[in-house]
Design a protein. Structure first.
Length: 309
C-alpha cells in the first residue's frame, strides 16, 4: 500500500454530443470531455490514523472513509483507493468544480478518475486509471458501460460503439459548447425504458429512428473533422427532434433548446438520458453571450471549449 497521495489530480466531465440512447442499440455515439472539470488536492492530516476525509462543497459532499456503510460516494471512493493500494487514513482531499452533479455530466466518473490519479500519479497509464474508475462506478451504476470513465480520463472527443474500444476523433479546431442544466432531475433507467418500449411496440417505426440517430453521429463526426460547426449544429437539432420522437425529451428541454436557437445557436439538443438534466448548444458567436441569456433566468450555464485529446 502506498502511504502517500499525490498533491493534485484532475478529471474531465462528459457530455454526449450525439448518439445517446441509440448507442445502447449498437449505434455509434460521440462524447466530449469537459476539460479539468474536477480538481482534487490532497493534504496530510496531523493524525496519520484518522480516516481519510473528502470534501467537494459544490456537490454537497463531505465524508470520511469510515462512512462507507452508509454513504455510497464514500464506498465508491474507498473502493477506488483500495483498488489502487492507496492510503485510507491520514489524508484530506478537497475538490473544486463548476460541474453540476447528478445532471448527466459524468460527475461520478470524474471523481473516481481524479481519485485514481491522486493515488497512481500523473504518469499512470490511462488504462489503469479507467480500470480503477470503473471499480467505483459499479457502486453507482451496477454495470457501467465505461463511456463516462473513458471520457473522464482521456478528454477530447471519443467515438463509441458498443463492444469496441473508444476511438479518439480529430477536430479541425476547438469546439465551443454551452451546457445548460435544466434544474430538473432525470432518471436514466426510466428514459432508457421508454426507448425499449418504443422499439417493442413500434419496431418498424422506432428502429429506423434509432438507426438514423446513428447516421447522424457518423455525419457529426465528419463535420467535426471539417470544423463546420454550423452543419454540426443542424445535426444536433435533428437528433433532438428524433430523441423527442422516442419520448425522452421534455417541455423544459425543448424550451431551452428553442431558446438557444432563438439567440443564435447553430443547434441545441438534450444530452444524456433526457427527461431532465442538461442541454448542449453550439454557439454561433461568443459562448458567453449565449450563456448570459440563461444566467438571466437564474440557470447555471457552463461554457467550455473542447479540443482533441
Amino acid at each position: 500500500m502506498s502511504l502517500a497521495l499525490h498533491e493534485h489530480a484532475s478529471a474531465c466531465a462528459k457530455v454526449i454530443l450525439l448518439g445517446e440512447h441509440s448507442v445502447v442499440h449498437g449505434q455509434p455515439a460521440l462524447a466530449a470531455g469537459l476539460p479539468e472539470a474536477l480538481q482534487l488536492r490532497a493534504t496530510r492530516l496531523d493524525d496519520p490514523g484518522a480516516p481519510l476525509r473528502c470534501s467537494i462543497p459544490a456537490w454537497d459532499l463531505d465524508f470520511t472513509l469510515a462512512e462507507v456503510s452508509t454513504h455510497p460516494v464514500a464506498r465508491a471512493c474507498g473502493d477506488v483507493i483500495s483498488h489502487c493500494d492507496g492510503p485510507i487514513t491520514g489524508w484530506r482531499i478537497d475538490g473544486t468544480t463548476a460541474i453540476v452533479a447528478r445532471a448527466g455530466l459524468g460527475s461520478s466518473a470524474a471523481i473516481t478518475v481524479a481519485l485514481a490519479r491522486l493515488v497512481l500519479g500523473p504518469a499512470a497509464p490511462i488504462e489503469s486509471v479507467v480500470e480503477a474508475s470503473i471499480v467505483g462506478e459499479r457502486v453507482f451504476h451496477g454495470t457501467p458501460s465505461g463511456i463516462d470513465s473513458e471520457v473522464a480520463a482521456r478528454g477530447g472527443v471519443l467515438r463509441f460503439v458498443r463492444g469496441q474500444p473508444p476511438e479518439a476523433l480529430t477536430l479541425a479546431r476547438p469546439l465551443p459548447l454551452v451546457i445548460v442544466p435544466s434544474g430538473v432531475e432525470r432518471n436514466t433507467a426510466d428514459q432508457v425504458a421508454k426507448v425499449h418500449r418504443a422499439l417493442e411496440r413500434w419496431p418498424a417505426i422506432a428502429r429506423p429512428v434509432v438507426e438514423t440517430l446513428g447516421r447522424i453521429a457518423n455525419a457529426g463526426q465528419e463535420e467535426l473533422a471539417r470544423g463546420d460547426f454550423a452543419r454540426f449544429g443542424e445535426l444536433a437539432d435533428m437528433a433532438h427532434a428524433l430523441l423527442g420522437a422516442l419520448g425522452v425529451s421534455s417541455p423544459v428541454l425543448d424550451r431551452l433548446c428553442a431558446q438557444a436557437r432563438a439567440h443564435g445557436a447553430f443547434g441545441a439538443k438534450l444530452t444524456g438520458a433526457g427527461g431532465g438534466g442538461c442541454i448542449v448548444a453550439v454557439p454561433s458567436g461568443p459562448a458567453e453571450d449565449l450563456a448570459a441569456v440563461f444566467r438571466a433566468e437564474g440557470l447555471q450555464p457552463l461554457c467550455v471549449e473542447v479540443r482533441a485529446a
